[in-house]
Design a binder for this molecule. Structure first.
Ligand code: ZN
Length: 173
């Protein structure tokens, strides 16, 4: 297993559409293991393959103890699709590709996702609360969508200016 570097906004590779996974082979299992290790090392709640510059439809979601929304397993979802969404919830979100930024994002309260597991078998999960948010956030990454895209135009422009300024400061150092 290996820890992979996580791309940081505004890296253009975060904006690409991920390709469906067709081969459920050993290298896919290795990739999932690397993503799991990378996510846990970064203390993330989830990670999508495009964040480590792999344009495949694969996400991992952390489990957590003492939280009834979760079981302890890290879930690996391949080719995930949201087939049902209902209700609304707004909570504070962050992203491993947008460190230092957190903001309130509106998401569906409950979703049902169909996906394939590492063996290629079709699975289905219905989630609410925090796990539903993380799933929506990570599935967005597969379409090149970041959580800041779901903020108001005003907030987005403030963030973009802040990031540009930070990058300029870093370049000047
Ligand atoms: Zn993210």
């Amino acid at each position: 297993m290996a820890i992979m570097p996580i791309l940081q906004y505004p890296d253009p590779r975060l904006r690409h559409q991920a390709e469906p996974v067709a081969n459920f082979n050993e290298s896919l299992k290795n990739l999932a293991a690397d993503m799991k290790e990378t996510m846990l090392k970064a203390s993330g709640a989830g990670l999508a393959a495009p964040q480590i510059s792999i344009l495949k439809q694969l996400i991992v979601i952390a489990g957590a103890e003492n939280n009834e929304d979760f079981d302890d397993r890290v879930l690996t979802l391949i080719n995930p699709r949201i087939i049902h969404a209902e209700g609304e919830q707004t909570t504070d979100e962050g992203c491993l590709s947008l460190l230092d930024l957190r903001d309130q994002v509106l998401r569906a309260a409950e979703i049902t996702v169909v996906y394939q597991d590492l063996e290629g078998l079709q699975q289905e999960i219905t989630a609410s609360g925090r796990r539903a948010i993380i799933l929506q956030h990570e599935i967005d990454h597969l379409d090149g969508i970041l959580f800041i895209d779901r903020l108001s135009l005003l907030k987005r422009s403030i963030y973009k200016r802040k990031i540009k300024k930070n990058l300029k400061v870093a370049a000047d150092d």
